[in-house]
Design a protein around this ligand. Sequence first.
Ligand SMILES: NC(=O)c1ccc[n+]([C@@H]2O[C@H](COP(=O)([O-])OP(=O)(O)OC[C@H]3O[C@@H](n4cnc5c(N)ncnc54)[C@H](OP(=O)(O)O)[C@@H]3O)[C@@H](O)[C@H]2O)c1
Length: 304
Amino acid sequence: MNVFLTGANGYIGGSVAVRLMADGHRIRGLVRSPQAAGAVRAIAIEPVTGTLADTALLAREAQRADAVVNAADSDDRAAVEAMLAALAGSGKPFIHTSGSSVVADDARGAASVAVFDDSIHDAGSDWTPTADKKARADLDRAILAGASQGVRAVVICPPLIYGHGLGPERDSRQLPTLVAQARASGIARHAGPGRNVWSNVHIEDLVDLYALALAKAAPGTFLFAENGEAAFRDLTAAIARALRLGPAQDWPIDEAVAAWGRGRTLYAQASNSRIRATHARALGWTPRHGSILAWIERNVAPSP
Ligand SMILES: NC(=O)c1ccc[n+]([C@@H]2O[C@H](COP(=O)([O-])OP(=O)(O)OC[C@H]3O[C@@H](n4cnc5c(N)ncnc54)[C@H](OP(=O)(O)O)[C@@H]3O)[C@@H](O)[C@H]2O)c1
């Protein structure tokens, strides 16, 4: 297939591109700088220069492609609407990347027993997102409804992603933030008591799910992607061991917010986001990487 991909030089997008090209698909990828164009061309993606604000360009690219994968921004509604409108009636796949902070709470490092499966968007579901995440949830629902406009619209919703990217961008977000903080300060810290838990998925397993969804997900499918979960205090304990530091420490929320910013701290570091990938497994997805803690111990090392 000829696939139009946004976020082509990003962590998820670049990795999806490499995986899809291994299946024989050809990728035209949106980039917004000459450097990014060079980086994607080096791995055989045809660059298309522009931004998500160029809705006419997005519509043109969507129409000339056999499928679209949106991996630049989980929250850009205007860009999504432009691509969905261009695909209306075509039956072509549109795979959108959401993020499981959509179900995150404001736990400030406390544990939670709440676990969500893909039924959150089913008709009759009584799940309601927090006010901060309503726009993302509404966008995911609008995309799933694209099925009724003749688009094979699918939403993939990853949690914390770990592992080295397969494309130009090597690093994900949450785990590298913890590692960078530990390296810089010499103390591995989690926000608050760190008893909060996120599900996680290895990037290589995640991109397998994009390939599977492209091949056979039904219109209107919502797919969580996870293969394990860990408390943040267990992540920082593993980082401390891998970097040969002293024991990991609690970090008062205010200090974490001062270092990382409010949104990044409260949603990406101090919340719970526990999900179960029931639809993905039913589709035949079989993730291979099971333990983020073992990955940290194998891949994080003290600076030389
Ligand atoms: N990484 C995770 O753990 C994770 C988990 C769940 C969901 N997500 C969500 O998935 C999306 C992609 O994440 P990522 O980790 O792959 O991020 P990333 O590495 O920062 O990649 C994002 C890519 O999208 C491009 N981009 C962003 N805004 C754009 C715009 N307005 N116009 C054109 N290109 C634009 C960026 O281009 P530049 O290089 O020019 O900036 C970059 O290539 C984000 O919305 C993120 O919140 C990420």
